[in-house]
Design a protein around this ligand. Sequence first.
Ligand SMILES: [Zn+2]
Length: 210
Amino acid sequence: MSLSKERIDEFKKIYKEKFNKELTDAEASESANNLVGFFELLWKSSLRDMQREEILKKEPKGFHIADGIYNCMVCRRTVTGDESWYDQWGVKCLLCQKAVEDGTIPGFVCTDHDSHYKTWELKDKFKIHPQTARKMVRLGELKARIVTTEKGEPYEYIFLKKENPQLICRYSPERKSYDRHRKKESERLKWEWKKKERKKIKTSKNTSQI
Ligand SMILES: [Zn+2]
């Protein structure tokens, strides 16, 4: 949709009032058309969301999405049609959908991207190589929610921040409280160790006196 000369002149006037700058006809036409394009996009996407909400009312478990190609909200894989599923947590691939449904991963993983780390983020942020991360999971040093393939093989590892406080940024309140807890715990262990050692020394002194 292209805007009329009248609308563009109006845009120029508003722009001049707001920013005290005179736009050329070409600049005004480009800016005004961009703005309209942006709002059209917003309008279309909110209309699409409203339509999906309506269908969800009739099909609360969700449905396939056939009006375009989307990224899975969990693993970011591109999906459409039969490979996709839409429900209250947004668009997902079928593997991630199953993981949400059976409780392997909580639904908020789809919408709160700050609630967890993926394997690539561990490498990016903490220099933990994917292979090391998997080993740490086996050793219980990291807790992962694992999305699996149809064959039951690991497909995507989700490290919830609340289950892995050692991964949280050093300056966050969660990290500070985790550090405080660890400090207390190590002081307690040190104190117990000292107590035991003192007791040992005492016992050995007594024995030597006998
Ligand atoms: Zn997925």
